[in-house]
Design a protein around this ligand. Structure first.
Ligand SMILES: Nc1ncnc2c1ncn2[C@@H]1O[C@H](COP(=O)(O)OP(=O)(O)O)[C@@H](O)[C@H]1O
Ligand SMILES: [Mg+2]
Length: 258
């Protein structure tokens, strides 16, 4: 059965989509069968891989139960479920529906045995779309950019995750923290990294993803960073993150906010 992992942070622009693409493509290079699911109405991951942002069949219709998850092949062993801009109204549409936190879990279930990893790219909120992602996942990767307020936001994320774990999804036990867009010469970045490592110990990936222009350029050309430039720092860093993911047998438990 697939290890289902949500990439989450209620802040935008911290590298969730870039990391979903980088880790997905990296795991695929390591011969794992990977499914990427875009549940962000902005559909950035969908467009990153050259799929139209408003396909006839998308995560939107699948969440409404109109059809099974529509899976597109990006390359052999790397599939994706595209998003749709209509998803922006989905949380309101289902606000009166019972079980609205578990629609994604139900949609994923028939596919889970076909993959080694399913990665869910979350929107920048803690609303019902990311709650659906958490309800379907065994693990999360909190993607953090080393900004001045990065540490403050961690408490909100852990609160949401712990509520989902205790009320909806007891299987949600794994948690790793990934530092992205890291520039080693910035003292602020060094400080944020040390604080995160002090607070969250082994939960923080040993690898930090450095600021690297190839990651931005890969998006513009519609391919993953390994295809774009396999010798770039971005490709090297995400490959190392993937090695850590594969080696990690026991993901650290989801912690209470520190
Ligand atoms: N390590 C990095 N180096 C350089 N640019 C990055 C890096 N990670 C992300 N970016 C850029 O930062 C912007 C926001 O990243 P994105 O992954 O879309 O964030 P999110 O999904 O959290 O909103 C994008 O333009 C992306 O190309
Ligand atoms: Mg995004």
């Amino acid at each position: 059965m697939a290890h289902i992992i949500s990439l989450i942070n209620h802040k935008g622009g911290v590298g969730k989509t870039t990391s979903t693409a980088g880790i997905g493509a990296g795991l695929n290079l390591l011969k794992k069968r990977v499914l990427l699911i875009d549940v962000d109405p902005q559909a950035n991951l969908t467009r990153h891989f050259g799929l139209p942002k408003n396909s006839d069949k998308s995560i939107y219709g699948a969440l409404k139960g109109e059809y099974p998850l529509p899976v597109h092949e990006i390359k052999k062993g790397l599939d994706m479920v595209p998003s749709h801009t209509c998803l922006v109204g989905w949380e309101k549409e289902v606000s009166d529906e019972p079980g609205r936190e578990s629609f994604l879990k139900a949609a994923i279930e028939p596919l889970a045995s076909k993959y080694d990893y399913i990665l869910i790219d979350c929107p920048p909120s803690l609303g019902y779309l990311p709650i659906n992602a958490l309800s379907a996942s065994q693990s999360i990767i909190i993607v953090v950019e080393p900004s001045a307020f990065a540490i403050d936001g961690m408490g909100n994320i852990f609160n949401a995750v712990n509520k989902v774990q205790s009320r909806i999804n007891k299987d949600l036990t794994g948690c790793k923290i990934l530092i992205t867009n890291f520039f080693s010469k910035k003292v602020l970045h060094q400080d944020v990294e040390s604080t995160l490592r002090e607070n969250y110990k082994n939960q923080v990936f040993k690898t930090v993803v450095r600021t690297n222009v190839a990651l931005e350029e890969a998006v513009m050309t519609g391919v993953d960073v390994f295809t774009y430039d396999s010798s770039s720092n971005g490709a090297i860093d995400y490959k190392n993150v993937c090695s850590e993911i594969i080696k990690e047998k026991q993901w650290e438990k989801v912690l209470k906010a520190v």
